[in-house]
Design a protein around this ligand. Structure first.
Ligand code: PMP
Length: 392
């Protein structure tokens, strides 16, 4: 490596370190819902395994038994190629058929991850006459998709419907298509977008579509676990629904629900779909196994909601109200240093929590992001609350 490059990288690493913003890969060992670090066992409150599916040994065993009995003709462990070459499998077709059935017969298209999906679908959908209006706190994968689309875009203030309405009034008439892009449950604050309001705005314009990222909503909300759009009764009003399978579903990959013609078009145009190896069939089969059981997991959803309520109410009555309405609860500490210190104290007390710092969140809003799961007991929640109150 040329010395000039190494020196430049080292300068930047020193700068990050001096501002407590240096990221390093964790050395902890992650087990089934627990974490072990330096000989200490902790409860994992940093993963997105909201329904405790990834850590459910019983479910895992049941799946493996089923797999053993259903010896197929296709390889299990790798797709070895792009879906458009030889990577397509029966497992893909079955997973997409199951998703399509759950979403009322609309087309389902599976991608290797939510990042592939958002960064690939948005550029493919847009042309020079398209305007994207995106929530200011949209996830990095959405932002990268917008950047790569090179189309006109504007950001509306977070969940601010008056601002969105003003932008629609000012600009909708100047474009052929307008796509409003937002998330259902926001990943860093745990608040939820006013989806019905967005739908009512869409209905006032002939050229507006909604693109909703349900990465943190799928599994957790809705009677069948399909997310906030299901809970709000507007599944059929959202043009593009994104679900990820690496979070509440305990697997890996992502899916898009859209019209059939859109899917046919995207298969031809999405670069992170065309130019990447497909997911291993075993992963797709596990996703389908979980998704088929999602509707019967209301007990897990209820437990998660109850524990979330205990923590949110407890923080509010201790003078730390939160905007969260979900399983993601931010405890904002302020500076990078304060968030690092708070997370360290919480780990000392047995809760595996990590600081979230810029650029993931704005400067001065560094935090500890509590990410709850359905295995957490009410006693654990009470203990966590008292540790936070003592250390904030
Ligand atoms: N969208 C949102 C809102 C997310 O939070 C994430 C992951 N953090 C993604 C998309 C990306 O999903 P994946 O992890 O499957 O790439």
């Amino acid at each position: 490596m040329r010395a000039g490059i190494t020196e430049r990288l080292e300068r930047e690493l020193s700068r990050l370190s001096a501002t407590d913003a240096l990221r390093v890969l964790p050395s902890a060992r992650f087990g089934h819902g627990t974490v072990e670090e330096n000989g200490r066992q902790m409860i994992n409150l940093s993963s997105n395994d909201y329904l405790s599916i990834a850590s459910d040994r019983e479910l895992e065993r049941e799946f493996l038994e089923q797999l053993r009995e259903s010896e197929g003709v296709e390889p299990l462990m790798s797709s070895s190629s792009s879906r458009l070459l030889t990577g397509e499998s029966r497992a893909y077709r079955e997973l997409e058929a199951t998703l399509s059935m759950l979403y009322g017969g609309r087309a389902a298209m599976v991608f290797s991850s939510g990042y592939h999906l958002n960064s690939g679908v948005l550029p493919a959908l847009c042309d020079a006459k398209t305007l994207i209006l995106a929530d200011k706190l949209s996830h990095a994968s959405i932002i990268d998709g917008i950047r790569m689309s090179e189309c006109e875009h504007k950001r509306f203030r977070h969940n601010d419907m008056a601002h969105l309405e003003r932008l629609l009034d000012d600009y909708a008439g100047k474009f052929n298509d307008v796509i409003v892009v937002t998330e259902s449950v926001f990943s860093m604050d745990g608040d939820i977008c006013p989806l019905r309001h967005i739908v009512s705005l869409k209905e006032r314009y002939p050229n507006v579509s909604i693109y909703l990222d349900e990465a943190h909503g799928v599994g957790v909300f809705g009677e069948g676990g399909l997310g906030v759009a299901e809970a709000e009764g507007v599944l059929d009003k959202v043009d593009f629904i994104v679900g990820t399978m690496g979070k509440a579903l305990g697997s890996c990959g992502a899916y898009l629900i859209c019209d059939r013609v859109v899917k046919e078009y995207l298969v031809n145009k999405v670069r992170p779909f065309i130019f990447t190896t497909g997911l291993p069939p075993v992963t797709l089969m596990w996703s389908r196994f979980v998704i088929e059981r999602l509707a019967s997991m209301n007990d897990r959803r209820k437990r998660l909601a109850r524990v979330g309520g205990i923590i949110r109410d407890g923080l509010a009555s201790a003078g730390m109200p939160t905007v969260s309405e979900s399983q993601i609860i931010p405890v904002v500490a302020g500076s990078c240093g304060r968030s690092v210190e708070l997370a360290r104290k919480l780990r000392e007390e047995g809760f595996y929590l990590l600081p979230i710092r810029p650029p993931t969140v704005p400067e001065g809003a560094s935090r500890v992001r509590v990410s709850l799961n359905a295995s957490l007991s009410e006693e654990d929640a009470e203990k966590l609350l008292s540790v936070i109150k003592r250390n904030i």
